[in-house]
Design a protein around this ligand. Structure first.
Ligand code: CTP
Ligand code: CA
Length: 223
């Protein structure tokens, strides 16, 4: 008799998982961010560790307690996350980019707090680096999983990201659907595989979605 807890299908595998938002500083007291809660990434880290993987969780600022048995690296900006991810990339078997990485950062960081001025103010932004895209371009043996939170044209955008970022899998959801938005404990996702397959999952807890994603990944590792 083997209890479910003792089954360790991911034993010996190194999983690198990113989670949460990034924070792009404007000055010492202000920043730009997004609504990511980190729940999906933390659920993936917890499940992967539970199944025996050696997990490193690179997390932006969130209000969650990291799962035990997971190595946690805290980062703030997209640039910090980029550096932390690439430091671990060579030795990772699977990278799951759950993080909602900022696409833009303020072009200039003001070392002093900006004072308000009469009239309008404009903050210039510049693009951050696309971490997943660069992972795809530098892939040697890793399995790459990305996420896509969309409000419309989910399938078209998800398949586009799969190709453009050379990912092996994109997990897509429509954040405007009830039970699938930011901060929820449930999600409704479709898994798009690089072989063209699409799997619609019903509304499930993020823990169960994590299990489904991990079983798709380990299926890929056996192919
Ligand atoms: N991603 C990344 N680095 C970025 C932006 C996104 O690694 N600078 C990753 C995310 O972690 C996610 C995937 O790319 O796994 C898709 O992110 P998403 O924001 O949906 O795609 P973008 O390519 O940024 O396109 P857009 O925001 O314009 O839809
Ligand atoms: Ca984006």
């Amino acid at each position: 008799y083997f209890s479910e807890r003792k089954l360790q299908p991911l034993k010996g595998k190194k999983y690198l998982i990113t989670a949460g938002p990034t924070r792009e500083a404007i000055d010492p007291v202000r920043y730009v961010t997004n609504h990511s809660s980190g729940k999906m990434g933390y659920a993936l880290a917890e499940q992967a560790a539970e199944q025996g993987a050696e997990v490193t969780l690179i997390t932006g600022p969130v209000s969650l307690t990291p799962p035990s048995k997971v190595k946690v690296i805290h980062v703030e900006s997209a640039a910090d996350m980029y550096d932390a991810v690439f430091e671990q990339y060579d030795t990772s078997d699977v990278v799951i980019m759950t993080a909602a990485v900022a696409d833009y950062k303020p072009k200039f960081y003001h070392a002093q707090k900006m004072k308000k001025q009469p009239g309008e103010n404009v903050i210039e932004f510049e693009r951050t680096k696309d971490i997943l895209k660069e992972l795809g371009e530098n892939k040697t043996h890793q399995i790459l999983v990305g996420f896509a939170a969309e409000t419309n044209n989910v399938e078209e955008y998800a398949r586009g990201k799969l190709a453009k970022k050379k990912a092996d899998m994109i997990v897509a959801n429509n954040v405007t659907v009830a039970g699938a938005g930011f901060g929820t404990d449930t999600n409704i996702v479709t898994i798009f595989n690089k072989d063209g397959r699409a799997t619609d999952l019903p509304k499930m807890s993020k823990a169960d979605i994590a299990k489904s994603i991990l079983s798709e990944v380990s299926r890929m590792q056996k192919e």
